[in-house]
Design a protein around this ligand. Structure first.
Ligand SMILES: [Zn+2]
Length: 379
């Protein structure tokens, strides 16, 4: 399989990954700075390009790397605040339109969510302030002055862009956190997603009218991401009435806590199982999905990936409740029968599949009802 991200560093145990899209965008940004932004800025200041010691391409490359640093610090800002609040940070991925910090803190209070979301743009505002202040130091070489000016503006842009209240941008998350003071989490997410879609449509049209394809592209991505987030929180109602045993996978393999992840991966591969159950004789410790192994060193032990007590549900539990538990704890549910034996595992993917299948069967049912005279049968 083609790898799309590489782990380049670890911060307090959190893997920092570099997405392949960044490798493509760095030269694009470097050339755009060298060919357009830098000459424009110098012309505005009345400075001849020859006055700079660095050539325009070298300067552009430096600026592109500085952008990478600014984006990384932005994401670390999210991660630091999240970790302080006791959240689990699964990883940071740096990609073309900024970064993504995967935070698992579904039961965060609105104030905590607000702080976590604001931490990223706050870092950029601080960097802007620092660059602005240092640029005014006396006796600064011209190259450093120009670099700091551009770096400052860049951070101001990053802060401003991320503060747009369009889910899933940071501003959208802050908006949802604020809405949660007045309504439930699901309702707040719906409202924030609706606002994001409206803003995305406006942004997309603006981009088309003014010939700014990047803006239209970003708007499209925001539109799709907002829909995805809204769909995630509405899974519950679509599944109510179904039981855990109707969505679970019974294809499991057993591994020991001291099994290396390479061994876990091989067990999963050879058996075609959905999940690996980590157990000691007489005790079930938790469950690992293929996704959990991604990006981890192959010699890490299975037991070390488990955190907290495993999530357990009865096979007759209503799937709406199971969805909630899985989304809140961000881990798959182990399903036990009435004799307290492990019979299967329910994952978010399996729940989505169950919701899709149910929609289809309801479509079939409606069609059958129409053929038989419909649900308004006068008898
Ligand atoms: Zn952010």
């Amino acid at each position: 399989m083609f790898r799309t991200a590489w782990t380049i560093a670890r911060f307090k145990g959190v893997p920092v990954r570099l997405h392949v899209s960044l490798l493509l965008i760095v030269p694009v940004i470097a050339l755009s700075v060298a060919g357009r932004d830098l000459p424009t800025l110098l012309a505005r200041w009345g400075v001849a390009p020859q006055a700079l010691r660095l050539g325009p391409v070298a300067f552009g490359l430096l600026m592109a790397l500085a952008l990478l640093v600014a984006v990384t610090l932005h994401e670390l800002g999210h991660a630091v605040v999240a970790l302080r609040q006791g959240a689990r940070v699964k990883g940071i991925t740096l990609m073309v339109l900024g970064g993504v910090t995967e935070i698992e803190h579904e039961d965060a209070r609105p104030g905590q969510e607000l702080a976590m979301a604001f931490a990223g743009p706050a870092v950029n505002l601080v960097l802007f302030g620092l660059a602005w202040a240092v640029a005014r130091a006396p006796g600064l070489p011209l190259d450093a002055y120009v670099f700091l000016q551009m770096f400052g503006v860049l951070n101001l842009f990053l802060a401003g862009f991320n503060l747009i209240p369009a889910f899933p941008l940071d501003g959208g998350r802050m908006l949802r956190a604020a809405l949660r003071w007045r309504m439930g989490r699901a309702a707040a997410t719906q409202r924030a997603a609706t606002i994001a879609r409206v803003l995305a449509i406006a942004g997309g049209l603006l981009g088309l009218m003014h010939g700014m394809p990047m803006l239209s592209l970003v708007a499209l991505l925001v539109f799709m991401a907002a829909g995805g987030e809204a769909a995630r929180v509405t899974l519950g109602p679509q599944l109510s009435g179904l039981k855990a045993l109707q969505a679970m996978s019974t294809q499991l393999v057993n591994v020991y806590p001291h099994t290396e992840l390479a061994g876990v991966a091989r067990h999963l591969l050879m058996s075609g199982a959905t999940a690996a159950v980590v157990r000691r004789p007489g005790e079930i410790l938790g469950v690992l999905l293929p996704n959990d192994l991604r990006g981890e060193p192959p010699n890490r032990l299975a037991g070390s990936l488990l955190e907290g007590p495993p999530l357990q549900v009865d096979d007759t539990a209503d799937l709406a409740d199971v969805v909630e538990a899985i989304q809140r704890q961000r881990r798959p549910a182990m399903v036990f029968d009435e004799r307290n034996a492990l019979v299967g595992v329910v994952t978010l993917d399996l729940l989505r599949r169950a919701a899709d299948l149910r929609r289809l069967t309801e479509g079939l049912q409606a069609a059958a009802d129409r053929l038989e005279g419909g649900p308004v049968d006068p008898r």
